[in-house]
Design a protein around this ligand. Structure first.
Ligand SMILES: [Zn+2]
Length: 446
């Protein structure tokens, strides 16, 4: 007798989509196939698809220290409502930032008490913390995040070239990846100052101050440094097809680089940003339809490793005002799978197994998280059950995050997430959070 059997659904694995039941024992997948024995709990999945639970490799829950911006309790519930079972929290926006082992432990304790999903933690790479990287790695950091441009927060200064180069060499020695926010500081700072000096603070002015060129230049520099230091490089939130092309070219030369984009770069264009306003402000900014389509071509051609939300909310009073002064971050943690189903599977024919790879399998592989990311024997039973024919128009009352502001509000998504299962426990069921236990820190294999 299994603990749970999910019966009658279609299961998405690396080999494709097959009709298969899934049996769960002690939080792990005990069998995948037809005519499985019975379970103490039986879940009817007729008409549903089973995908691996979303692993969101990039978000900011801002806890401890800035939980009024979000917090792991609300953030992890929003993630679960979107089919998510794991997140990797960035080292900044929480305060103090996660740049040494003591702060790492402080965050681990706070998140383990509040989160209903499992989590990994990024460490920070900032000027002056080179000596802290080894103890961050020992504590279980999944990688080191660095900014090549101003992070927007004074307590997390950007990595100048020497810091980045030294940090990559140290990360390579420790066997961990470095994640970079790739926008060139000099260009974006100068262009921003020119706009402000001219009193230009509108949406088009903001977009012009952070051109694709600034992203392409920074990616070029990052892959050069990674090649030189033999570091594993992860480029977060690439916003343009040209940016992806530079990283892909470096990969073809043997640089170990992985590529991430975000749902908002795939879902919105600059016209949408003009319509939505500062709720759609982020850096790098959302691009025009041509760049969005180039990004989609890269996804469809298999060049991207993963899609992550970069959920980075702020209190609503800070997410207001002109485009240069409003907080730059998109609050979209609940919508990643919904976007990939609507804009990927339904609108562009992106196969479900590719969505599973981008949202779960590759994030687990790239960051060395054992027993996560796919539906297979012995893996943790982390699952999202989806009704592909269901239609949801996202309304504020659907959002589980702390501040009910999201650029996706009012958008219609084909594909409804009906249940999320984390290590065998249904943590979201039929629109309601049903978690009874908390998540835990995941450590990576180095
Ligand atoms: Zn971010």
């Amino acid at each position: 007798m299994f603990d749970t059997v999910i019966r009658g659904g279609h299961t998405v694995t690396a080999n494709g989509v097959t009709q298969a039941d899934v049996a769960i024992e002690d939080g792990r997948i005990a069998a995948v196939g037809l005519a499985l024995g019975s379970g103490k709990e039986e879940i009817d999945a007729q008409g549903l698809h089973l995908l691996p639970g979303v692993i969101d490799a990039h978000l900011h829950f801002n806890e401890p220290g800035r939980a009024d911006w979000e917090g792991a309790a609300t953030g992890s519930r929003a993630l679960a409502a979107g089919g998510g079972t794991v997140f990797f929290d960035m080292p900044l926006n929480s305060t103090p930032c996660t740049t040494n082992a003591a702060e790492f432990e402080r965050k681990r304790v706070a998140l383990a008490a509040a989160s209903i999903t499992d989590f990994g933690l990024w460490g920070g790479l900032i000027p002056g913390n080179l000596a802290d990287m080894a103890e961050l790695a020992a504590a279980g950091a999944i990688g080191f995040k660095a900014f090549m441009s101003n992070s927007g927060l004074p307590e997390f200064p950007r990595a100048d070239d020497a810091t980045l180069l030294d940090g990559m060499a140290e990360a390579a020695r420790l066997g961990l990846p470095v994640g970079v926010h790739a926008e060139g500081e000099e260009l974006t700072r100068e262009l921003s100052q020119r706009m402000l000096a001219a009193g230009r603070t509108g949406v088009r002015d903001f977009l012009e101050s952070r051109p694709v060129m600034a992203e392409v230049e920074a990616i070029s520099r990052a892959v050069l440094f990674a090649g030189e230091t033999k570091a594993r490089l992860h480029i977060v939130h690439i916003s343009s097809g040209r940016g992806v092309a530079v990283a892909v070219e470096a990969r073809s030369r043997g640089v170990d680089v992985s590529i991430e984009t975000c749902p908002h770069y795939l879902f919105f264009t600059t016209e949408d940003v003009e319509r939505i306003g500062v709720a759609a402000k982020c850096a790098p900014p959302i691009r025009d339809a041509h760049e969005r389509d180039e990004l989609w071509n890269a996804v469809l051609d298999g060049w991207l490793d993963l899609v992550a939300s970069d959920h980075s909310p702020a209190p609503i009073e800070q997410k207001s005002g002109d485009f240069f002064h409003a907080w730059g971050g998109i609050a979209g943690v609940q919508s990643t799978l919904a976007v990939m189903l609507e804009a990927g599977y339904h609108a562009r024919g992106l196969p479900l197994e590719r969505i599973a790879s981008l949202l779960a399998t590759r994030p687990a592989e790239r960051f060395g998280i054992p027993a996560k990311g796919s539906i297979a024997l012995g893996m943790d039973a982390d699952l999202a059950l989806v009704n592909l024919a269901g239609v949801t128009k996202l309304e504020p009352e659907h959002l589980f995050q702390r501040h009910r502001m999201s650029p996706y509000l009012g958008s219609t998504f084909r594909g409804t997430i009906t249940r999320t299962i984390r290590r065998g426990e249904s943590i979201f069921t039929g629109g309601v959070i049903t978690a009874k236990t908390q998540g835990k820190l995941l450590k990576c294999n180095r």
